[in-house]
Design a protein around this ligand. Sequence first.
Ligand code: G6P
Length: 467
Amino acid sequence: MGRLVVVSNRVPVPDKKGTAPAGGLAVALQSALEARGGLWLGWSGQSCGEDAIGPLKTLKDGNIDYALTDLTEKDVEEYYHGFANRVLWPICHYRLDLAEYGRREMAGYFRVNRFFASRLLPLIEEDDLIWIHDYHLIPLAAELRRQGVKNRIGFFLHIPWPAPDVFLTMPVHEELLTSLTAYDVIGFQTVHDRENFADCLARQGLSRRLGESRFSVGERTFTAKPYPIGIETEAFAALARRAGETTLHRRMLQSLDGKSLIIGVDRLDYSKGLTQRIDAFETFLTRHPDNQRQVTLLQITPKSRSEVPEYEAMQRAVAEQAGRVNGALGTVDWVPIRYVNRSLRRPALAGLYRMAKLALVTPLRDGMNLVAKEYIAAQNEEDPGVLLLSRFAGAAAELKEAVLVNPYDVEGTADAMARSLAMPVEERRERWKGLMATLRKNDVFVWCDGFLTDLAGATLPRIRAAS
Ligand code: G6P
């Protein structure tokens, strides 16, 4: 297998504090790439004036060579805040109401993809396998093909692919679909996402389906298949076991003073269902008042994409809502919700997961959700906690033994919280065993190997510029 070249918008360059990168893509890819080695190209996170774009910043950390590019302020505005996060993100998460189309942003998105192609081009060697990630970079392979690249190129979408009736509302849907056909392998989180994609192709009459995972467009054939992403199961479990010895762990236990910990960990994003979750928690406390003063919800929610107006509005709304519940139900010595807007280091997070009797993973829509998987891996097998999981997270397709809920059903979710906290230890062990077996069978290395094996085996692309 040739050298692996990964491209993604966000690159979790190691920082000295060891702060956990927010978002599943960064977490999973870093584990996969560390094990295999390779080159990782992406955005530096910095923006500058039009004339100030310098050469790539390169650095090496262990097995990974990083190459980072700055973008101009206009690029970041149009491509990242504009099209990626105000059109593609809401559309893929079924929020047509939040999508803000603008010709300028669409043009900026395609322009920045061309720019990424030009930065990558001089680095590519003949046998490299190129693996492009997520919705920011859908047209990148088509750009590379236009510039003569013949390597095998794969794409993995970390977020959901919506049903055709949603996807086709997007003015540039045709260009996006066509540009995807320049890849050799397209990976999705679930069968459902792949089928939605296949339905979009069929609706547009763009391709022929040759088999379950094989499609053809003109002379090109490509694979489109589900590869559910995993975590470093054993390493995360070990991290959680060791966390009991840390000062943070002791301080946290002390501050709980015998109360049961419920945990939620999510980027501050409207797809995560935070408002519905806090409503459900409040309903749980009022419908099952025996739990008042007996439980504490620790909601860890690092701020995200704050320059995007919908996110800015949400920051205020969730903070107010948590404050209101605490004001209404709290007492002088009990705060129902501890609301924290920062990311924690991974060892600290692992320890908190292990301490928590219940995890609330209740997104309204989610590609996979690795918090669900990390929570399971962190549990103590003798006395494991319970995972309450939204049916609309990709993880629900695999984690059948979780307590599955509909996050839009606030009262149903509230009752599921009560049932989960009261669940006998035998049932908790039984469910956990099944969940852990799934995580062991399909960890991040299986995900990565599965995708790359298919990519390496893909028929070499015909030399034809993708239109
Ligand atoms: C999700 C996306 C990733 C993204 C992450 C954090 O997990 O799938 O592509 O990196 O969110 O969002 P950000 O906008 O900060 O990169």
